[in-house]
Design a protein around this ligand. Sequence first.
Ligand SMILES: [Zn+2]
Length: 96
Amino acid sequence: MSLSGSWFSRFRRKGNNSDAVSMMPCDELRASGSDYIDGECEEEIHSKIMEHLGLCTECDSWLKSFAMTVGLMRDTPEVEVPESTMERIRAIKRPE
Ligand SMILES: [Zn+2]
């Protein structure tokens, strides 16, 4: 087996660093960006992101534009309904 187990060593490194006062790295913040916007990240991660955003203007503006992009994507329908389908829908809705 050639499993590197890199995710596991990362997990352990995180655990070891939990006492240290260190700012979350930019790439880690960006990896958690969508969870943060969704309000789905852990409380610890959330406060780390908040802390980071207060100190890093680059990530602050990145997150703002990222949130905007996510918001725009969610406002847009995922698929465009083809005209032929619309015709069928109209046919169903049309009263006899
Ligand atoms: Zn940053």
